[in-house]
Design a protein around this ligand. Structure first.
Ligand SMILES: NC(=O)C1=CN([C@@H]2O[C@H](COP(=O)(O)OP(=O)(O)OC[C@H]3O[C@@H](n4cnc5c(N)ncnc54)[C@H](O)[C@@H]3O)[C@@H](O)[C@H]2O)C=CC1
Ligand SMILES: O=C(O)C1=N[C@H](C(=O)O)C[C@H](O)C1
Length: 262
């Protein structure tokens, strides 16, 4: 079993880790993630053509400036992500976006991206480990659908500077569960008060980069799956892999597309 798992992981990661061409990257957002992505991109031989932040965004987010990039990587804030994505579409630059907390505006962004024949890779979590965790979450939810004696809840823990709650990753986990467990009807960001509510409990503790747990509890026992990020390196590597992968593609993609997990 262990050997089979290692073989599967090798097959998933191996094509991405070494075979890539250098790309010119516009970094939009130069905070904790922007800096981690810069370091990963430079290690992998890429060029950063601009580091866009609040102070210089007006100068850089113009088609004539941005179009010098092969790809943009956008990790900013829930309030600014959509404007940044539209700037990339207008410049004709494919964009890898990891910003969370703006998905209420997804339909608008999706429509514009398709109308303008542009390219977006979006993931609530770019780490390879979390994308495998998503696959396990879907499989477990499918099994647990038949066992109503188990209640399910999600817990996420992040650093105190995080602007959104629940985390984008926790929302993805919740949506995967809601699609498979009919007795759960909607997620709530507090303890459940009705059996059909799926609770997502958010905690903010420094300096946690990200913990996600899904727990099924019955009167008799518990089943729990958990992902713990030890640093931001996994998110940064995934975002850079997505930027390498997206070259020459048109449309809207997820990290599952990048990893071939669909
Ligand atoms: N999808 C994923 O794998 C991951 C997603 N995230 C998400 O990425 C986002 C950024 O996270 P951090 O880097 O930790 O935040 P941060 O607060 O350290 O950095 C955000 C940066 O965006 C800049 N910014 C704000 N408004 C801007 C604008 N209008 N134009 C350009 N830059 C602007 C800020 O000045 C700041 O430097 C958050 O939404 C977070 O949830 C974080 C880690 C992994
Ligand atoms: O803000 C963060 O730090 C993180 N945000 C993402 C999310 O909201 O899920 C991904 C990761 O957990 C770190």
């Amino acid at each position: 079993m262990a050997i089979a798992c290692i073989y599967v992981l090798d097959c998933i990661f191996e094509p991405f880790i070494e075979n890539h061409f250098p790309v010119k990257i516009a970094l939009i957002g130069y905070g904790k993630m922007g800096r981690a992505i810069e370091s990963m991109a430079l290690q992998r031989g890429h060029e950063i053509i601009c580091r866009v932040d609040l102070h210089n965004r007006a100068a850089w987010l113009k088609p004539e400036k941005l179009s010098a990039a092969d790809v943009a990587i956008e990790f900013t804030t829930p309030e600014s992500a959509v404007d940044n994505l539209l700037a990339c579409f207008n410049a004709g630059v494919p964009v890898v976006c990891g910003t969370t907390g703006w998905l209420q505006r997804w339909p608008e962004v999706e429509k514009l991206c398709r109308e303008k024949n542009q390219t977006l890779v979006y993931a609530s979590n770019f780490s390879l480990g979390v994308n495998l965790f998503f696959a396990v979450n879907k499989y477990l939810a499918q099994l647990m659908a038949a066992y109503p004696q188990y209640d399910v809840q999600i817990r996420e823990v992040h650093h105190t500077q995080k602007k959104d709650a629940p985390s984008g990753t926790a929302i993805t986990l919740a949506e995967q569960i809601l699609q498979r467990i009919e007795r759960k009807k909607q997620w709530v960001n507090r303890p459940a008060m009705q059996p059909e509510e799926l609770a997502i409990l958010s905690e903010r503790v420094d300096p946690v980069p990200g913990i996600h747990e899904v727990r099924y509890s019955s009167a008799i026992d518990e089943i729990e799956i958990k992902h713990t990020a030890h640093s931001r390196e996994g998110f940064a590597l995934g975002a850079v892999l997505a930027a390498e992968w997206v070259e020459g593609k048109k449309g809207i993609f997820s990290m599952e597309d990048v990893l071939g997990l669909k």
